[in-house]
Design a protein around this ligand. Sequence first.
Ligand SMILES: [Zn+2]
Length: 198
Amino acid sequence: MKIEISLPSWLLADVAALDEEQSWAAGEERMAWVLSLARRNIEEESGGPFAAAVFEKESGRLVAAGVNRVIPAYTSIAHAETVALALAQQKLKTHDLAAAGLPAMELVASAQPCIQCFGNTWWSGVKGLVIGARADDVESIVGFHEGPLPDGWPDLLENRPEPLPNVSVTRDLLREEARAVLALYRDSGGMVYNAGGE
Ligand SMILES: [Zn+2]
């Protein structure tokens, strides 16, 4: 038995065509690319309207990218952030992206992490979280449920108990563009795959 979540072939081809040493500028350049992946995932009908990527925070090198694969992979865990984090960890052969010797890592996500992805971000070892759309956008535009996050969750990430590394949080980066991706999914009749079938 094993758990299998694969990336769509278009994304494998896109990533394979990149220069591994490319330095992605912090902020909008990284987010714009992630949003382009979310949009492509809709257009290719290869999953939900979300994408995420792990970058080395300072060098800007891409470690791993993921898109939502809940429906094609038959698992509710296949959210974009979770896929990107797991691929980054398996590529680096460690469960801990804050392990000694590794550069600081950043998760760039097209939308705010849900209850699951907040937990996975917490445990992943990333030291930065950059978000496009807010959970309110995801819920109001598409109708997904995001689950409850703790009050003050950005502060909880930014001020974690020792010895956990703090996670800087940047919100609303290219938020309007991120909202447009969600609207495209709604307008193209994308499936809302909340548990319970609502
Ligand atoms: Zn999630």
